[in-house]
Design a protein around this ligand. Structure first.
Ligand SMILES: [Zn+2]
Length: 271
């Protein structure tokens, strides 16, 4: 399938050319006629926890949090999904209802596929099965590790990890989200998050604007994160190495930017 190309997706009329790495890797085994382009809005819920999982979204831009929801209304993030993957990919494993509430953080564009069609395509293609199972294994591993991290590691380390991970998923150094969202994702108080962010800012790790955070010193922030950030990057490398066309070109240290190679094309590095 190569890179997905569409026009006017953000209303600008300008042609955009972006690609979802997972969708690109699946190639023509997923018929293009099954795929429709959709615009994602901030705070849009793509799938509700416990509700039917009827659509798979391959993100081209934006970022989605998969949130665990509790009876008292508490939400906490399990894992982030961006241009590297798909929301609802677990449909391929037979899942028919959402394990999490999947919420868009910002405006974006995705390719949407009916979950039943996606499931049948994966079941009928060894090529797709290998890639999708590898991707799901990776995301499940991330969610398991993040759950343990939430229980064990202090908020400062988790916040550093979340900023780094969000920048990785977005492939940029700026996050346009309020501190309230940061706190919600981490299951923390906004006041606690604010104190830590101000500390990071005073130490030159980040810059803060109105509902905007800019990562300034990535290496120093990695040192402020818990071990989970580096461990998850290693896990990503190991699993992606076994995903056929989705693989990294060479071993690298955990703190180095992710570079996927897809059909000879290299994605932008994370800076
Ligand atoms: Zn941790």
């Amino acid at each position: 399938m190569g890179q997905t190309v569409w026009s006017g997706a953000h209303g600008s009329g300008a042609k955009l050319s972006k690609s979802n790495l997972l969708l690109s890797a699946l190639g023509s085994d997923l018929p293009a006629s099954w795929v429709r382009e959709v615009h994602l809005r901030p705070r849009q819920v793509l799938c509700e926890q416990g509700e039917p999982l009827d659509t798979v979204y391959f993100l081209h831009s934006g970022v989605v949090s998969k949130l665990a929801i509790f009876q008292d209304g508490t939400e906490i993030e399990c894992v982030l999904v961006g241009r590297e993957g798909a929301v609802g990919a677990m449909a391929a494993l037979g899942l028919r209802s959402g394990l999490t509430r999947d919420v868009c953080h910002m405006e974006g564009v995705a390719s949407a596929v009916d979950a039943d069609l996606f499931r049948s395509a994966v079941q009928n293609s060894n090529h797709m099965s290998g890639i999708v199972l590898g991707y799901c294994a990776w995301k499940m591993s991330c969610a398991i590790r993040n759950g343990a991290c939430n229980a064990l590691h202090p908020i400062e380390q988790r916040l550093a990890k979340w900023i780094l991970t969000c920048c990785d998923v977005l492939e940029q150094s700026e996050i346009s989200l309020s501190q309230e969202v940061f706190a919600k994702m981490l299951g923390a108080q906004r006041s606690s998050v604010n104190i830590i962010l101000q500390r990071f800012r005073s130490e030159g790790l980040i810059e803060l604007g109105r509902s905007r955070l800019t990562l300034v010193d990535r290496q120093k922030l990695i040192r402020r994160s818990c071990e989970c950030y580096a461990d998850l990057k290693v896990m990503e490398q190991e699993i992606s190495g076994g995903m056929g066309e989705i693989r990294e070109p060479a071993p690298r240290r955990p703190e180095e930017p992710r570079v996927w190679t897809l059909n000879g094309q290299t994605s932008p590095s994370v800076r």
